[in-house]
Write a protein of this length. Structure first.
Length: 235
């Protein structure tokens, strides 16, 4: 099967590896474009699987050529696709940046986030929260690090203290914390600190844990974009 272009909208920490997801060019009646979550046939996806031939770890808003082999839906993770990362390495085709990026995020907002957060009939959506609070904590002694968000979506749907697994956002939090401590930012403070015109979130669901599928923030998209250096040894 020829490689397909996927706009990456999630690059996130997952157990001992990573998870990625994005939108293809295929149309979808609900989400506008079709979500896919590339997975290995066996075992967890690793950073090396999403590193291109030049040694660059692929990022959100990269348009990447991926060899999607076959769908492997596992409710609610109906977006899973087994992908060949060996014979056909991921290739960066281009990046979505600037005004084009801002317009795309606004155009492909998901207006049925309850499918993910309440009904669990699918596991990925792009949302624009009305309010966001961010929390970071790093224990200097143990090295335990957490990034969390609370958010309110249009229509009154709210979630509190949701784990953020987005690699770049977690790297930003580490930079803000320095050697350790805690940081909590209310919406207006966060917007001011980021100099953000808009904040978008890719929301996902965890794998089954203790009989539940927990909400996750798997992508944080700030307009205009922000800079943060990802260290694959400290995700």
């Amino acid at each position: 099967m020829p490689a397909r272009e996927v706009l990456i909208l999630a690059m996130s920490k997952m157990r001992s590896g990573i998870c990625t997801a994005g939108l293809t060019t295929e149309r979808d009646a609900v989400t506008g474009l079709r979500w896919v979550r590339p997975v290995r046939e066996f075992d967890t996806l690793l950073p090396g699987d999403m590193t291109d031939a030049n040694g660059r770890l692929l990022q959100c808003c990269d348009v990447v050529e991926l060899n999607l082999i076959s769908p492997r839906p596992d409710l609610p993770h109906v977006e899973d696709w087994v992908t060949d990362f060996i014979r056909c390495r991921p290739r960066l085709a281009r990046r979505l940046e600037g005004e084009r990026r801002a317009k795309f995020l606004a155009q492909y907002l998901d207006h049925q986030a309850e499918d993910v957060l309440i009904h669990r009939t699918r596991s990925l959506c792009l949302a624009k929260p009305e309010q966001v609070q961010a929390q970071f904590s790093l224990d200097a002694y143990s090295g335990k690090y957490e990034a969390r968000m609370s958010f309110a979506l249009p229509g009154g749907m709210t979630r509190t203290s949701v784990s953020v697994t987005d690699l770049k956002w977690r790297a930003l939090g580490r930079a803000w914390l320095g050697n350790g401590g805690q940081l909590a930012l209310e919406h207006l403070t966060l917007v001011e600190r980021l100099r953000a015109d808009a904040i978008y979130l890719t929301l996902g669901l965890s794998r089954n844990y203790q009989g539940q599928y927990w909400p996750l923030v798997v992508g944080v998209h700030i307009v205009p974009d922000y800079d943060a250096a990802i260290d694959v040894n400290r995700l």
